[in-house]
Design a protein around this ligand. Structure first.
Ligand SMILES: C[S@@+](CC[C@H](N)C(=O)[O-])C[C@H]1O[C@@H](n2cnc3c(N)ncnc32)[C@H](O)[C@@H]1O
Length: 311
């Protein structure tokens, strides 16, 4: 999907992004144990409406969503975070065959599994620690029942729209006709609300963004000094996305394996895009990937949408 996904080793993957223009990091580097805990804290910030709106949909319309999913399904969730949305949904589902959280972060997986086991002890849980960017290889033991994939939190917005179409089309190719995806998508809205959501007053999103550098230091031995960067996030209306960066506050040299990264004061590393869509744009995107839209659920403010897609 990105250069980073196509290269062989993590160091070379990171370097291919950092040496490019614009310099970039794959957002998957946000998620070590500390990053997962920080994301969890972001979802509790008053400015971060996304989680509240999606939770509202599941709380008030969850029974309808569950009817659409149907009984005896395997529900696989991509990037469950702490799994709280799955708990809301699974409470409404009848005769679930299995819940399969799939996440790159072992800490997230553990939180999701613990959350489900505590809230719904009878449910069969099969956790998979995987990079979902590479598609979903269904283990043999999960292919006999009908399947529904859940992808909450507007994480799809972190992909370039064309990459999202390709990725969804690859997922679709591995589903049987009639199998489903439940897709949570943040909608275009007042840019001030979007700006605030990624610049919370408590500085939690800033800490989350900066933590990617500490994660790289631990995971692949880079020597970033997170204190020499500041968080930047803003809505780009032409592109329809919130862009997030880490900006160097001084000239500096960083080692990435054998490579040397020279950053000047003011230079930025792009860490994430969060694309926002209109309902029509999202309909076109999912149609291009070969999905039919059965249902769309919205929160009361119409800020967030949940799309019931059929392969
Ligand atoms: C933005 S959070 C969303 C969490 C949760 N779904 C929610 O709605 O609050 C993204 C989640 O996806 C996981 N994740 C991010 N990139 C991933 C990747 N490439 N492969 C697997 N999991 C990934 C993160 O660990 C995290 O749990």
């Amino acid at each position: 999907m990105t250069e980073e996904n196509r290269t062989d080793t993590p160091i070379e993957g990171v370097w291919s992004g950092l040496k490019g223009r614009p310099r970039s990091l794959n957002p998957k580097w946000f998620y070590d144990a500390c990053g997962s805990a920080l994301f969890d804290a972001i979802t509790h910030q008053p400015e971060y409406y996304l989680t509240r709106c999606e939770r509202e949909i599941l709380e008030h319309q969850g029974a309808d969503v569950a009817r659409w999913i149907g009984p005896d399904m395997v529900l696989a969730e991509l990037g469950p975070g702490n799994g709280e949305k799955a708990v809301l949904l699974l409470r409404q589902l009848r005769r679930l065959s299995a819940y399969v959280p799939i996440d790159i972060s072992p800490a997230s997986l553990e939180a999701a599994v613990d959350g489900i086991r505590q809230a719904l002890p009878g449910i069969r849980v099969e956790a998979l620690c995987r990079d979902f960017a590479e598609g979903v290889d269904w283990p043999q033991y999960l292919t006999s029942e009908p399947r529904c994939l859940a992808f909450f939190g507007s994480t799809i917005g972190n992909m370039e729209p064309k990459a999202a179409v390709r990725w969804l089309a690859r997922l679709r190719a591995r589903l049987r006709p009639g199998e489903k995806i439940l897709l949570g998508v943040d909608l275009k809205k007042d840019p001030q609300l979007l700006h605030a959501a990624y610049n919370d007053a408590a500085g939690v999103t800033a800490a989350f963004n900066l933590n990617a550098l500490s994660h790289l230091n631990h995971a692949i031995g880079t020597d970033f000094n997170p204190d020499w960067f500041i968080h930047q996030a803003g809505y780009n209306p032409d592109q329809g996305r919130v862009e997030m960066y880490l900006q160097a506050t001084c000239d500096q040299v960083v080692h990435v394996g054998q490579h040397v990264l020279r950053l000047e004061r003011g230079e930025r590393i792009h860490t994430e895009n969060s694309y926002k869509y209109t309902l029509e744009e999202l309909l076109r995107l999912t149609e291009s990937a070969g999905f039919a839209t059965d249902r769309v659920w919205l929160d009361r403010q119409r800020w967030f949408s949940l799309h019931g897609l059929r392969a």
